[in-house]
Write a protein that binds this ligand. Structure first.
Ligand SMILES: Nc1ncnc2c1ncn2[C@@H]1O[C@H](COP(=O)(O)OP(=O)(O)O)[C@@H](O)[C@H]1O
Ligand SMILES: [Mg+2]
Length: 257
C-alpha cells in the first residue's frame, strides 16, 4: 500500500528529511520523464538530503565562526600590490598548516589585505569542515579581561580555545597591552599550542616591536616562543587598498558633481 503525498510529506517531516521534502516532487517528475530506475531515483533523492545537510552545516559553522563576510583569495586584486606573498597565501589556503598546527603571522601596513586574506583562509577552513573562529584581538582581550561570571567566561573562551583555526586579527592595534590582557593572551596561546591548534595572527606592528607592546618581559618571551615555534611569517608590502577605494570614491564624486 503506497502512501499519499500528504502522508509522505508528514513522514519526511517527522524524520527531519528536509532535503528530500524540498525536491521530492521534482524528482518524481524527473524520474518519470527520464524513465529512471528505482536505484537512480533513490540515489538522486539521497544526494538531495546529503547536499541540504552539508549546506546547513556550513551555514551553521559560518554563523558560529564570527566571520563578518565570505571573502576569498580570488577576489584579491593581486596586481595592485605585486609584492604581496601571493604564493604563500594560496599555500595557506590549502589548509595544510592546520594539520601541522602551524601559526601563520601576517605582518604589514594597514590596508594591504592582511585581514582579507586571514578571513578568506578561515572561510576556506570552514568549507573544508574545520571549526574556525575569527576575532579582533583587542575585542577578545577586552572581553576576556572584563569581570564576568564563570559561565559567561566559559561560553566566551571555549570556541577560541577549541577552534581548529583561530584568527586573531589586528594584534597590538591598541599599542601596549594591559598586564591582564597580556596574561590572557599568553594563557590562550599556551593552551592552543599544547593542543597543536593553529592560530593566524595579523598585525600592523613589526615583530621586532612586539616585546614593547607586550610589556612584561618574562611573559613576552613565553608568548613569543609559543607563537614563533611552528610559525610562518608572511610580509604584506605595498600601498593601502583603502586609499585606492577612497580615491575612486572621490573621483566618482567629482564626475557626478
Ligand atoms: N589587493 C587587494 N585587492 C582587492 N581588495 C583589497 C586588496 N587589499 C585590500 N583589499 C580590500 O581593502 C580593504 C582593506 O583591506 P584589509 O584586509 O582590511 O587590510 P589590512 O587588514 O591589511 O589592514 C578590505 O576591504 C579588503 O577587502
Ligand atoms: Mg586588518
Amino acid at each position: 500500500m503506497s502512501m499519499s503525498m500528504v502522508e509522505i510529506e508528514k513522514a519526511l517531516k517527522s524524520l527531519r528529511l528536509s532535503g528530500v521534502r524540498a525536491t521530492l516532487e521534482t524528482r518524481i517528475v524527473e524520474s518519470q520523464a527520464r524513465d529512471l530506475s528505482f536505484l537512480d531515483t533513490f540515489s538522486l533523492v539521497l544526494q538531495d538530503e546529503l547536499d541540504r545537510r552539508k549546506s546547513r552545516l556550513l551555514e551553521r559553522r559560518h554563523q558560529l565562526s564570527g566571520l563578518p563576510e565570505r571573502t576569498s583569495l580570488e577576489e584579491m586584486d593581486w596586481g595592485y600590490n605585486p609584492k604581496l606573498p601571493k604564493r604563500e597565501c594560496f599555500e595557506l589556503n590549502t589548509l595544510k598548516f592546520v594539520a601541522e598546527g602551524a601559526n601563520p603571522i601576517l605582518i604589514g601596513p594597514p590596508g594591504t589585505g592582511k585581514s582579507h586574506v586571514a578571513k578568506a583562509i578561515a572561510y576556506s577552513a570552514i568549507r573544508m569542515g574545520f571549526f574556525a573562529v575569527y576575532v579582533e584581538a583587542d575585542e577578545l582581550l577586552a572581553a576576556l579581561t572584563r569581570p564576568q561570571d564563570p559561565v559567561a567566561r566559559k561560553r566566551l573562551i571555549k570556541p577560541v580555545l577549541e577552534a581548529d583555526l583561530l584568527v586573531l586579527d589586528d594584534l597590538f592595534l591598541a599599542r601596549k597591552l594591559s598586564v591582564d590582557s597580556a596574561d590572557e593572551l599568553q594563557a590562550l596561546l599556551h593552551k592552543r599550542y599544547k593542543r597543536g591548534l593553529s592560530t593566524i595572527v595579523t598585525s600592523n606592528r613589526p615583530i621586532a616591536d612586539w616585546g614593547k607592546y607586550l610589556g612584561d618581559t618574562a611573559l613576552v618571551s613565553t608568548i613569543l616562543d609559543r607563537l614563533m615555534h611552528r610559525s610562518r611569517l608572511l610580509e604584506f608590502k605595498g600601498r593601502s587598498y583603502r586609499l585606492k577605494e577612497a580615491a575612486l570614491r572621490l573621483a566618482e564624486g567629482r564626475d557626478s558633481g
